[in-house]
Design a protein around this ligand. Structure first.
Ligand SMILES: Nc1nc2c(ncn2[C@@H]2O[C@H](COP(=O)(O)OP(=O)(O)OP(=O)(O)O)[C@@H](O)[C@H]2O)c(=O)[nH]1
Length: 552
């Protein structure tokens, strides 16, 4: 068991212990309220008393199962339903109904007393992807192709280990597992052995790694063999190495994708903490909000992919909060999952109509929670990506990157921070299209985008500003440092070999940098970067210039 896993389990066990301690005082308080029911029929405000008790039983029904006390949860649920029927009746309950209720409640007390042990809970947990340059092992018997793959992948910052025989590959893997494998299966003798080896390697790993197959043949049988060992890419020679890199990056990005963010709104702090720990254990980021009046602050700051909302909260109900969220356009698409011990489907539907997307009934298993949240978050991200990202490069679209720049400038204005903006334009790109065709030109455009995604920090913002033009925003970064960053990018891009059939070529870009000064707006900053870019083009291209007002 990893340290991370054991820490999570210790935290969950601690929460369970705290929950049991809480029950030690909660159950006697409930018992007092239940015994007061004996005089209910004499009270004018009997409905208020029933309502207050029903709320407590509802909370108990939802939480007990989650903390490993399903029998207690079921009993509480039955009592809650009984009280609901009282509320719906025109007259106060009679003495028999009350006596039956009190007897039923005694079962709650007995079940609680019987459950004085800490329950250990297992929770699924995913390995965290480590932040480092991915190690790619390549098995390719042809030295020229192998060298070419190595050159392309190292230009993108990967650590490449090349093997020309199966024996060499086995040695590499024995020493350390790779993050991804590129396997040539075109040499007849070693095909079967190579596929067998990969199948065994995948079976030995907790998370299978991406495997890309290189082949001479385009046959159905070879495709099938590739799929059977879990390959996620098949490339027929002559090899297009930038397409290979693009696929590799996409596969590795999925593994290292920024964790989904989940906002949990539940007035039961222990339960909320339990959900948060379970989701964190599954690699998601979870934040708890116990004060519903702070919902807009949380949404703006945390930007959740999913909101988990408790339905029954004393000050503001879940459906009310969902409606509050939906009042504003920017939060219309964030998925809302209700959490409740409500099992009545009509009531569930009524809550869903009020701005929710899904309903999870408490108590739910940890796995059900993870799966429901993960599926919703993934879909929500895809929709947001489709709406905001350029389809060729996966970078932010023109209008979005400008929006982000405006936001960064407002932030810098507030905090006194530094922001640099860079305009990048591929040199003589028209010739690439003319010489090799539009699809190859597209590949060059997306390769530069991939290189930026690979080399820049997660907080840097990159957009496709025009055809072969990009806008990069570096926050907390002055122009001198931005210059160093862009120069590294420029050199790496110039080293990427592109190919079209048997011909190979290289591309370069020019860049202009501007640094935000207090009082400047988005358009002025972009204009200055553009002017610096124009100067770089005029001075011979393949260079980076910082905007200099004196040079105009
Ligand atoms: N393949 C491809 N080409 C595009 C795309 N968008 C724009 N282009 C082409 O990019 C080329 C840009 O050429 P120009 O603006 O003349 O500049 P250039 O040839 O790059 O020369 P300099 O910028 O002066 O170095 C045009 O031929 C456009 O057709 C695209 O999405 N895909």
């Amino acid at each position: 068991m990893s340290t991370e896993q054991s820490t999570l389990e210790q935290q969950l066990a601690l929460l369970h212990q705290q929950y049991l301690t809480r029950l030690q005082s909660e159950i006697p308080e409930l018992a007092l309220q239940v015994s007061a029911l004996a005089t209910l029929s004499q009270k004018q405000n009997w409905r208020d008393e029933v309502k207050a008790l029903k709320f407590k039983l509802h909370t108990l029904a939802g939480s007990a199962g989650t903390f490993g006390l399903p029998a207690l949860g079921r009993l509480a649920k039955n009592l809650e339903l009984e009280l609901r029927s009282w509320m719906e009746s025109p007259a106060a309950p009679d003495a028999d109904q009350i006596r039956d209720f009190i007897v039923l409640f005694q079962q709650v007390q007995q079940t609680h007393q019987a459950s004085h042990q800490v329950l250990s809970v297992t929770s699924s947990s995913q390995q965290k992807h480590t932040e480092r340059h991915a190690a790619i092992y390549v098995l390719e018997s042809n030295q020229e192709t192998s060298g070419y793959i190595e050159l392309t992948l190292t230009s993108f910052g990967y650590k490449v280990n090349a093997a020309t025989t199966m024996a060499e590959l086995k040695q590499l893997v024995d020493a350390q597992s790779p993050d991804a494998l590129v396997l040539d299966i075109s040499s007849d003798t070693e095909v079967g052995e190579g596929l067998d080896f990969v199948a065994k390697l995948q079976a030995s790993l907790s998370t299978p790694i991406p495997v890309l197959i290189l082949a001479d043949e385009d046959s159905f049988e070879q495709h099938l063999a590739a799929v059977r060992i879990g390959a996620q890419g098949y490339f027929v020679k002559p090899l297009n190495t930038t397409a290979l890199e693009a696929r590799l990056q996409r596969l590795l990005a999925v593994r290292s994708r920024e964790a989904f963010r989940v906002l949990i709104v539940d007035d039961d702090q222990l339960l909320a903490e339990h959900y948060a720990l379970v989701l964190q254990g599954a690699g998601l980021r979870a934040e708890i909000l116990s004060d519903p009046s702070k919902i807009y602050d949380s949404l703006t700051r945390f930007h959740p992919d999913v909101v988990l909302l408790d339905v029954n909260m004393p000050y503001c109900s879940g459906p009310e909060l969902a409606q509050l969220i939906r009042l504003h356009d920017q939060w219309l698409s964030v998925p809302i999952i209700y959490l409740s011990s409500e099992t009545d489907s009509d009531r569930q539907l009524a809550a869903l109509v009020k701005g929710g997307d899904d309903f999870l009934t408490k108590p739910m298993s940890d796995t059900a929670l993870i799966v429901a949240v993960f599926a919703r978050a993934q879909r929500a991200r895809q929709v947001v990506d489709m709406m905001t990202k350029d389809s060729l490069t996966g970078l932010l679209q023109h209008a979005r990157v400008k929006e982000r720049l405006t936001y960064e400038l407002q932030r810098a204005e507030r905090t006194g921070g530094v922001v640099s903006t860079i305009m990048i334009d591929i040199d003589l790109f028209k010739k690439v299209n003319d010489n090799y065709g539009h699809p190859v030109g597209d590949q060059v455009i997306s390769s530069l985008a991939n290189l930026m995604k690979q080399q820049l920090r997660k907080i840097d913002i990159v957009g496709r500003y025009g055809g072969e033009e990009y806008l990069v925003i570096l926050s907390d970064c002055g122009k001198e440092h931005a210059f160093t960053v862009v120069e590294q990018l420029r050199k790496a891009f110039a080293a990427i070999p592109f190919s079209c059939g048997d011909s190979h070529f290289y591309c370069t870009f020019s860049a202009g940098i501007s640094e935000w000064q207090h009082g400047m707006d988005t358009d002025q900053l972009i204009e200055q970067a553009d002017q610096a870019l124009y100067q770089a083009k005029r001075s011979g291209r393949n260079q980076t210039l910082i905007f200099d007002a004196k040079a105009l």
